[in-house]
Write a protein that binds this ligand. Structure first.
Ligand code: 4AZ
Length: 388
């Protein structure tokens, strides 16, 4: 259900008005922003209520079962939520490292299965056993880096399928394509106290790092391990409170996470695109940390057959696999010429072959891996497609 936020705000305003008579302390969290801005809300209600969600989003239907709220557990979720995250393994949440700054495993918890924060009694609140920040994380807001952390749940959450993270060599993150950002963060740049009650989503196009690093934009601050998205004219964006949440793209193999809400100069401003942690850059780190022996699948065996101009690579079915990732790289006489830059991969879902029409001389090394969630088998044997 998507709550009309007016009611929430009006209720909050009255409550906060009374509250602020007693307290003028400002703490930088959602709860006290509610209180401090209560008076302002009463004054600017008409203008503020005309604004919409995430920034310019719509209410999310219940189509994001892996969406997690990161909360201070000793408060109602509507006050305690301050970041988003995604279930990427039954026991692990992927979020932004900056969401864990100053926190420990006791101070925060994960709320899964709740779309509307004020729907107390729905979903499940699960404690955190372990916080793993990426070792390259730099919290310096002037020079952020590797803004990702993995939060291990105290017990696995098995009510939802996990969200797949874009594979290291996959090309899903294509400039110009739309992807969707999801969160309970601020819905208005005019009103700081405009956090959403119901989960919001909005679609924004992927922008090249080159455009995002232009002088009038981020002027070189955006690293290769980051991803920008938004409109040059602004207006639609993630904002405070959406941090850590997933930025997802629909692919032939289902929704995949391509980004983590990380930073930006304000929200929804012209030329200041939203900046996301580029998830494919960290896929191997993520899989390494969350996958255990029981998640490990045997590697498939590939076979190549060539029929006229049609090359087919097929492999055996691997029991327990959700799907297969297919890898290819240009053929050369020496396999050591295959580097990160010339490997590509495709998510084949649960088919066990892949075919392409090729011309003479279009030669490739090929391989496959089986996957379950974000856990991969080793590479198969390496096949060679040599076109006559
Ligand atoms: C934040 O402070 C934040 N417009 C998150 C996202 C964006 C800006 C700020 C992107 O959490």
């Amino acid at each position: 259900m998507c709550l009309v936020e007016k009611f929430v705000y009006f209720g909050n305003s009255l409550y906060s008005f009374l509250n602020s008579l007693y307290s003028f302390s400002i703490r930088l969290d959602r709860y006290s922003l509610h209180s401090f801005l209560g008076i302002c809300l009463l004054l600017v209600q008409t203008e503020g209520l005309a604004e919409t969600r995430i920034i310019n989003g719509t209410c999310a239907a219940d189509e994001w079962p892996w969406m997690a709220a990161i909360v201070y557990p000793n408060r109602p979720a509507i006050e305690g939520q301050y970041c988003g995250g995604a279930l990427i393994h039954p026991s692990w949440i992927l979020t932004a490292a900056h969401c864990t700054d100053g926190e420990d495993t006791n101070s925060i918890a994960i709320l899964l299965g709740r779309n509307t924060l004020s729907d107390e009694g729905t979903g499940e609140l699960i404690g955190i056993k372990n916080i793993v920040k990426h070792p390259d994380y730099d919290h310096d807001p002037e020079n952020p880096a590797a803004d990702l952390a993995l939060l291990q749940l105290e017990k696995p959450y098995t009510q939802a399928a996990v969200l797949r993270v874009a594979e290291a060599y996959s090309d899903v993150t294509e400039v110009g394509k739309l992807a969707t950002v999801i969160g309970w963060g601020q819905t208005s740049t005019k009103m700081r106290d405009s956090y959403a009650d119901s989960l919001q989503q909005t679609a924004v196009p992927i922008v090249s790092n080159q455009v995002c690093n232009a002088r009038r934009t981020y002027d070189g601050e955006v690293k290769d391990t980051m991803l920008c998205a938004g409109f040059a004219g602004g207006g639609t964006d993630a904002c405070v409170g959406d941090s850590g949440g997933p930025f997802v793209m629909e692919t032939d193999a289902g929704w995949q996470q391509i980004g983590i809400v990380s930073w930006g100069e304000g929200c929804a401003r012209p030329y200041y695109y939203g900046v996301y942690t580029r998830v494919s850059s960290y896929q191997e780190f993520i899989s390494e940390h969350v996958c255990e022996a029981q998640d490990t699948l045997p590697a498939p065996q590939v076979e190549v057959s060539i029929n006229g101009q049609k090359a087919t690579v097929s492999w055996n079915n691997v029991i327990g696999a959700d799907g297969y990732q297919f890898y290819y790289a240009p053929y050369s006489d020496s396999i050591s010429d295959v580097t990160f830059d010339n490997i590509h991969s495709l998510d084949i879902k649960n088919d066990t072959d892949f075919s392409a029409e090729l011309s003479s001389g279009e030669n490739f090394y090929v391989a496959a891996k089986a996957y379950r969630g974000n856990c991969y088998s080793d590479y198969s044997n390496i096949g060679m497609v040599i076109m006559p």
